[in-house]
Ligand binder design. Structure first.
Ligand SMILES: C[S@@+](CC[C@H](N)C(=O)[O-])C[C@H]1O[C@@H](n2cnc3c(N)ncnc32)[C@H](O)[C@@H]1O
Length: 161
């Protein structure tokens, strides 16, 4: 693979101190509060962000040590290809979470619905565009067979530690 170097633009702080028994997606972290401290040099880039209710965060799943191409995800007891899951042990351990934005104070963004470990390095922030990011008719493969609320009710376990 080609080497690509990214620098964190900030850090995401959350109440999740352990990889086990934490939410597996933002839908399982309703009202769970966290915040982002953006590096001060990027503060100008936040202009007009407070008009958005949700942000999509792209971050480094920094506690992943090795990848697996076949995984049994938290939501199933059968193996799937890593790219057909949201499991963290990816060749490029990048996480993607759409969270709620509640307040901005300088370089500090207050967020809710956080499903990442405390002190996760942040790579990018993108505003959520309801006009183009929603895909209400989307088909979700093996996950569609699961109970509708299962993603929000399921907690992580030891399988990707
Ligand atoms: C299933 S992944 C989904 C993350 C993101 N919402 C996504 O879809 O890319 C969420 C799990 O990744 C693990 N995790 C969270 N933050 C992490 C980090 N900084 N390093 C490694 N694993 C992490 C936790 O076990 C958490 O339950």
């Amino acid at each position: 693979m080609n080497d690509i170097t990214f620098q964190a633009i900030g850090t995401i702080y959350t109440p999740h101190a352990s990889l086990e028994n934490m939410p597996i997606q933002p839908s399982g972290a309703a009202q769970t509060k966290g915040y982002i401290l953006l590096k001060e040099e990027f503060t100008e880039g936040l202009k007009d962000i407070e008009g958005f209710s949700h942000l999509t965060l792209i971050y480094h799943l920094n506690k992943v040590e090795e990848h697996q191409l076949s995984v049994v995800p938290f939501m199933d007891d059968k193996a799937h290809g890593i790219f057909a899951t949201r499991s963290p042990k990816r060749p490029n351990p990048i996480g993607l979470s759409t969270v709620k934005l509640t307040k901005v104070e300088g370089n500090k963004l207050f967020i809710e619905e956080v499903d990442m470990l405390n002190e996760t390095p942040l790579l990018d922030i993108k505003p959520f565009f309801r006009q183009s990011d929603n895909r209400l008719q989307a088909v979700s493969g093996w996950l569609d067979d699961k109970h509708q609320n299962a993603v929000s009710e399921t907690k992580s376990d030891e399988r990707f530690i």
